[in-house]
Design a binder for this molecule. Structure first.
Ligand code: ADP
Length: 269
């Protein structure tokens, strides 16, 4: 049995031959059960993700009030760690808000006509200083001419920034990230004109078995590494929902030890 059901006896009429009969109504609750389970897992995950930095903060506060009160060097070190943990909580809460906002209006198509080429360019510019700090070469390829899509500019910017940030984060220092935009008259995914944005890194890559689960909330290939890099585990889930809302397609490819390519296809207006 792969599906779950509840049943209810609604009547006990007499059968055609005068014998007793029973009418039973089965209700398939598989989906409802699955949604309930997903929601419970989500709440457990969020609580866990918030509790870890919170426990660290409480521990440091106690130490600062007690043993480390008069130790200036320890105080400075602890405050730095506390700042980092608080920033992580802040990022997590912002990502959770973004995710719930996108999910809430996923069915409402964004309708502002905007230039996606300009959004890609400005996302690259915004992240260039972080790339330089991380020793990653960030390059951009694509025409300067405007490419119009119907979209939400904050959300699309978030998509490009999440993907480029990941490329930088998981690209080994000294690696590279290429952001390439190409247009096609007949994008197969939409049977019409489309634009394709590839974010290609020559970083650590991962085993492709992870690909189907990578856009799930809090799914990480290596959770220790993600946390160390300040990741929330929500970035790709947000990307997937925003791309869906724009009637686009999202594709992930990766070779372990070589690097990954994250591709967004959007219909051109
Ligand atoms: P996180 O905040 O952990 O980076 P994401 O949802 O953005 O969360 O990504 C989920 C996981 O996918 C990451 O934890 C990481 O394991 C993997 N990942 C994402 N982008 C890349 C990349 N460019 N190279 C290697 N692994 C990646």
């Amino acid at each position: 049995v792969t599906r779950e059901a509840t049943y209810e006896v609604v009547a006990s009429p007499l059968g055609p031959d005068g014998g007793a009969g029973v009418v039973v109504v089965f209700t398939d609750v598989t989906e409802r059960e699955q949604m309930g389970q997903i929601r419970r897992d989500f709440v457990a995950n969020v609580s866990h993700e918030l509790k870890t930095p919170l426990t660290a903060l409480l521990g440091f506060i106690e130490t600062l009030q007690g043993p480390a009160r008069d130790d200036a060097a320890a105080r400075a070190r602890f405050l730095e760690i506390m700042g980092r943990e608080a920033k992580r909580m802040n990022r997590l809460v912002s990502d959770l808000l973004s995710l719930s906002r996108v999910e809430a209006d996923e069915r409402v198509r964004p309708d502002a006509r905007l230039d996606v080429a300009a959004l890609v360019r400005s996302s690259v510019q915004t992240l260039r200083p972080i790339a330089i700090d991380s020793g990653v070469e960030l390059t951009h390829e694509g025409a300067d001419a405007p490419v119009h899509v119907l979209g939400d500019s904050d959300q699309l910017t978030q998509v490009f920034q999440n993907l480029i940030e990941n490329g930088i984060k998981y690209g080994a220092s000294g690696g590279s990230v290429l952001v390439r935009m190409t247009q096609s008259e007949r994008e197969l995914a939409f049977r019409g004109p489309g634009v394709r944005i590839d974010v290609i890194d020559r970083g650590e890559g991962f085993d492709p078995v992870h690909i189907p689960r990578l856009t799930e909330r809090f799914y990480r290939v290596d959770s220790h590494r993600s946390r160390e890099m300040g990741g929330t585990g929500l970035g790709l889930a947000i990307v997937k929902h925003i791309v869906n809302r724009h009637r686009g397609r999202f594709r992930i490819e990766s070779i372990e030890g070589k690097g990954s390519t994250f591709t967004v296809f959007l219909p051109v207006n």
